[in-house]
Design a protein around this ligand. Structure first.
Ligand code: C2E
Ligand code: MG
Ligand code: MG
Ligand code: MG
Length: 290
């Protein structure tokens, strides 16, 4: 049967490959256009301190307001940015935009707001990440400790030496560094010690079933205790329920991020949240009386 349809299959794949190649090329052109015409925006999701219940800072997440397509999320275009290398230019824009916004909030009476941006591994290798960061901080006259960089555990595992050297310089410049999606890579304790980092963000795949799956629970507990023994702060990503929150508080996780507290919101939403003094309910209100 395979032989019989061989010729047609061949034709089908060729045609399909052309369609894919054309679609990819169109997406690349649209992404370049987007960068030049200000179609990208940042949304912000709060990170909350689990002891005080207060907002500690925000993670900036990239969105594309693509005309005729609505608001697009990273899953729809980050892979294309990564493949084409455009992530280096867009990543530079993200750093500049986050620093601009920090400056606007600082001088606009909102006050010092900490913002974390996601950084692609390609920005370390192909871009001038150190230059981009220090320039954006200077140009916007902001405190360097208000900017945080999130780098995934897996991208840290590639080009480790170069990445570590650049992170060391960024730390000296006063920037905070977090490892994102922690637990999905293969870094060992000994390895982590070498990295100039301040925080670990536990990947949300471990948080999802943390109160019902004993394996996930032990991984989360191991990450928390390992991080603390290395004097790193721990952030849980993807917290959606009061049960997850209670578990994390009981086990001394430092911060949380997730839909339970807030989805990512536009800059005006940040201002509203800070104005309202939004915070987590007290520990006692979440923990049932024994
Ligand atoms: P990430 O850095 O791990 O960001 C967390 C993602 O989880 C965000 O998705 C966020 O909206 C989502 N999230 C937060 N809380 C919850 C929750 O309670 N439940 C669930 N189900 N999801 C939650 P988003 O915005 O779609 O971003 C996806 C990924 O795209 C990010 O994962 C990051 O790796 C990448 N990304 C986003 N912005 C940038 C950027 O500016 N540069 C680069 N290089 N990557 C970015
Ligand atoms: Mg992140
Ligand atoms: Mg993450
Ligand atoms: Mg993630």
């Amino acid at each position: 049967q395979a032989k019989q349809s061989g010729r047609n299959t061949y034709r089908f794949f060729t045609a399909q490959m052309n369609v894919d190649a054309i679609a990819r090329r169109e997406l690349e052109v649209a992404l370049r256009f987007a960068l030049e015409h200000d179609e990208f925006v940042l949304h912000y999701q709060p990170k909350v301190d689990l002891v005080s219940g207060k907002i500690e800072g925000f993670e900036a997440l990239l969105r594309w307001e693509r005309p005729g397509h609505g608001l697009l999320f990273p899953g729809a275009f980050i892979p294309a940015l990564e493949e084409t290398g455009l992530i280096v230019l867009v990543g530079k824009w993200v750093i500049g935009e986050a620093c601009r916004q920090i400056g606007v909030w600082m001088r606009g009476g909102i006050g010092p707001v900490r913002v974390a941006v996601n950084v692609s591994g390609r920005q370390f290798v192909e871009g001038d990440l150190y230059g981009n960061v220090t320039q954006a901080i200077h140009r916007n006259a902001i405190r360097s400790d208000l900017l945080e960089l999130e780098i995934t555990e897996s991208s840290l595992m590639e080009n480790t030496e170069l990445t570590v050297a650049i992170l060391q310089n960024l730390r000296k410049a006063g920037v905070t560094v977090s490892i994102d999606d922690f637990g999905t890579g293969y870094s060992s304790l000994a390895y982590l010690r070498r990295f100039p980092i301040n925080k670990l963000k536990i990947d949300m795949s471990f948080i999802r079933d943390v109160t019902s799956n004993v394996d996930d629970a032990s991984i989360v507990l191991a990450i928390i205790s390992m991080a603390h023994s290395l004097h790193l702060q721990v952030v849980a990503e993807g917290v959606e329920t009061a049960e997850q929150l209670r578990y994390l508080r009981e086990h001394e996780c430092d911060q949380m991020q997730g839909y339970y507290f807030s989805r990512p919101v536009p800059a005006t939403g940040v201002e509203q949240m800070l104005y309202d003094g939004k915070q987590l309910p007290e520990q006692d209100e979440c923990t049932p009386a024994v």
